[in-house]
Design a protein around this ligand. Structure first.
Ligand code: FRU
Length: 536
């Protein structure tokens, strides 16, 4: 029942066999200190198809997951138990429970039952902590006679003491907001419509009360590398501010192609969400981050999110035959001032990956400082003896653009993460000063899919903000990366922007070397480069 195989990521949730898409029903069970994740699941094939189920996995550490198979079934073989969420109904507002179920385990799922003729919202509840479910006998709980009405995300709103549901009227570009006293009868309140990038349709919305941290991150003590379940370190004071954030998934129609997540910062009065401005903000700039959902009842009221780490443009073709798709790492989400301007009143979403180091072995680590790059020589580091494909790195670099001799020359700093068995295969990433942009190139592989599927763009790029200004006045940039066999997650500036991307080197050609080089002289200084080879 383990979720590991030769090629699959080690520290990311994957299905044992079959197909997986969106995360569903994420919740934390405080009684047993267990995280539960469900997901869109086709156990019968490695592509999406009906009947579609909810698969189920649980984790104590958010690194390794135990598979529990199918949790929810559709009503018949031509239908799907589509995306939805789980809440803990402590006060038994639904009447589904009696005293034999602990308040913290009164688990109610609200999800979309999809059939040829409709998408309507169903309820199911669990009397055993989320392992098996009973279906509410008067389903559906919400039906408006639409075939494009789905993905309910429900939460308890303290201020109005009611349940709130957001869901998508997908092709009308409306996020609808409903309220309920009991989880089974729902009243329409408002539409949040035609915001941001529309694409073909809206999917998987979510409204969350996200902690605001007023210090910009370079001023606070970060709880990065040695942390365990530390995502909470900064947010457990009782006087934390919050802002409401609406998350929406778009597919297809992302600016970078296919599927993506956007978010809006604003206010929520219990009935209506009002965005603070007209800006469209991007949750993750990579190609493989979709349908993010947040956990119900996470410790300390943290806002913890997981996304499906793939893209509908090519998810069905990726070269993992035994299973298809993995989730992202769990991310702790906060709002912080947009660095580096300490005066700013502008907030942006920060994402911090949760990697539990008590669960991981560090097989080798390497740390370099003060490395001036020039075009004559590159430096190359071997990363341990028998790499497992799981590594973490952190890189800080300083850019002296006055050393550039031309604005028309390609002025890069590049890291080549090369396969241990075959170093012609590599993942390249880096920064280019004339474009003022970060890039990632996943095209250097012998795997046919990478070269043949036109939607699997080899290259992604994005602007990144300055991390801080050095004493000599030059800008410093920072990125932290987690590479896990076929997925790389990048976190810039302690998480003010991120990029999640799949990549495929040949089987068992795990990354074993990193080479750093630059096309120009004296422009780039590596201030700090830290790499760890990890295993589970
Ligand atoms: C998003 C989505 C949802 C739907 C589910 C079906 O990826 O299309 O809107 O509920 O997948 O699997």
């Amino acid at each position: 029942t383990g979720t590991h195989g030769p090629e699959r990521p080690l520290a990311h949730l994957t299905p044992t066999t079959g197909w997986m898409n969106d995360p569903n029903g994420l919740f934390y069970d405080n009684e047993t200190a267990t995280y539960h994740a469900y997901y869109q699941y086709n156990p019968n094939d490695n592509v999406w198809d009906l009947p579609l189920f909810w698969g189920h996995a649980s984790s104590k550490n958010l690194v390794t997951w135990e598979d529990h198979g199918v949790a929810l079934e559709p009503m018949d073989d031509e239908s799907g138990a589509f995306s939805g969420s789980i809440v803990i109904d402590r006060n038994n507002t639904s009447g589904f429970f009696d005293n034999s179920t602990l308040p913290g385990q009164r688990i109610v799922a609200l999800y979309t039952e999809n059939s040829n003729v409709s998408e309507s919202q169903f309820a199911a509840y669990s009397l055993d902590g989320g392992y098996t479910f009973d279906y509410y006998e008067h389903n559906p709980v919400l039906d408006i006679n639409s075939t494009q009405f789905r993905d309910p995300k429900v939460f308890w709103h303290d201020e109005t003491e009611r349940w709130i549901m957001t869901l998508a009227l997908s092709q009308e570009y409306k996020i609808q907001i409903y309220t309920s006293e009991n989880l089974t009868s729902w009243e329409f309140k408002s539409n949040f419509s035609h915001h941001g990038i529309l694409g073909y349709q809206y999917e998987c919305p979510g409204l969350a009360k996200v902690p605001v941290i007023h210090d910009s991150p370079s001023n606070v003590t970060l709880h990065g590398n040695n942390s365990t379940m530390n995502a909470t370190a900064q947010t457990n004071s009782s006087s934390v501010d919050h802002k409401w954030v609406m998350f929406i998934s778009i597919n297809p129609g992302a600016p970078m192609g296919g599927s993506f997540n956007e978010y809006f910062i604003g206010d929520f009065d219990g009935e209506t969400f009002t965005a603070q401005d007209a800006a469209t903000r991007v949750v993750d700039h990579g190609k493989d981050f979709y349908a993010m959902q947040t956990f119900s009842d996470a410790p300390n009221n943290d806002v913890l999110g997981i996304a499906w780490a793939s893209n509908w443009d090519y998810a069905a073709y990726v070269p993992t035959e035994d299973y298809r798709s993995s989730m992202s790492l769990v991310r702790n989400l906060t709002l912080r001032p947009y660095s580096p301007n300490p005066e700013t009143t502008e907030f942006t979403l920060y994402s911090e990956p949760i990697l539990n180091y008590t669960q991981l072995n560090t097989n080798q680590s390497m740390h370099k400082t003060s490395l001036e790059l020039n075009s004559e020589e590159s430096v190359s580091y071997r990363l341990g003896k028998s790499p497992q494909g799981l590594l973490e790195f952190s890189l800080e670099w300083k850019v002296n653009s006055s050393a550039l001799t031309s604005k028309h020359e390609f002025a890069d700093m590049s890291l080549y993460f090369q396969g241990a068995e075959d170093d012609d295969e590599y993942l390249r990433l880096g920064y280019e000063q004339n474009a003022a942009a970060f890039f990632l190139d996943r095209g250097n592989s012998e795997v046919d899919f990478v070269n043949e599927n036109p939607f699997f763009n080899n290259r992604v790029s994005q602007n990144i903000e300055i991390y801080k200004i050095a004493e000599d006045g030059l800008p410093i940039f920072k990125v932290r990366g987690i590479i896990d066999r076929n997925i790389i997650e990048l976190f810039f500036n302690d998480g003010s922007s991120t990029s999640t991307n799949l990549f495929f080197l040949s089987e068992e050609n795990y990354i074993g070397t990193v080479e750093i080089s630059s096309g120009v002289d004296n422009v780039y200084t590596i201030l700090d480069f830290d790499v760890k080879q990890l295993s589970v």
